[in-house]
Design a protein around this ligand. Structure first.
Ligand SMILES: [Zn+2]
Length: 148
């Protein structure tokens, strides 16, 4: 069985984490009210568990967003409004996604207890709850490993 090099999920049948992630995005799209309500957490958690997709600065920004969503009760709308405001004065001068040698990496790799594969295994019925549990587990793993 293959193992994901980033989140350590065991991957049967050569299915990749990206394939599970695309399944989640399909559910978000098919059911925008219920499944789509956790879309921001799905995207964030998938990338936080695959930090090589981010630049170093992008990873720091993403960790901050997770804290905002889970600890401070900030909504995606509030983030969008404040980022739109910031674009006027304080233009972001760093790339979000990884380029060559600048990809995001954790100093001490977190021990993930749940991955996108587990979320998909829970099925569409449980998807919003599974994503919230997943987001909490990502937050706890980042905290325990000293990354936030
Ligand atoms: Zn993975």
């Amino acid at each position: 069985m293959a193992t994901c090099g980033e989140c350590n999920a065991e991957l049967p049948d050569d299915r990749t984490c990206a394939a599970y992630f695309h399944q989640a995005l399909a559910w978000d799209f098919e059911d925008p009210v219920v499944a789509g309500s956790v879309h921001h957490l799905t995207v964030l958690c998938f990338h936080l568990q695959h930090p090589g997709l981010y630049s170093r600065e992008g990873l720091e920004h993403a960790k901050g967003l997770l804290v905002e969503f889970l600890e401070n009760g900030t909504t995606p709308d509030m983030i969008r409004r404040s980022e739109a405001r910031n674009v006027q004065n304080d233009r972001r001068d760093w790339p979000v996604t990884a380029r060559d040698s600048t990809s995001g990496k954790y100093r001490c790799p977190p021990k993930w207890t749940m991955t996108v594969k587990d979320v998909i295994a829970g099925g569409l019925e449980c998807y919003p709850t599974s994503v919230k549990t997943w987001a909490r587990s990502v937050f706890e793993a980042l905290k325990e490993s000293g990354n936030i």
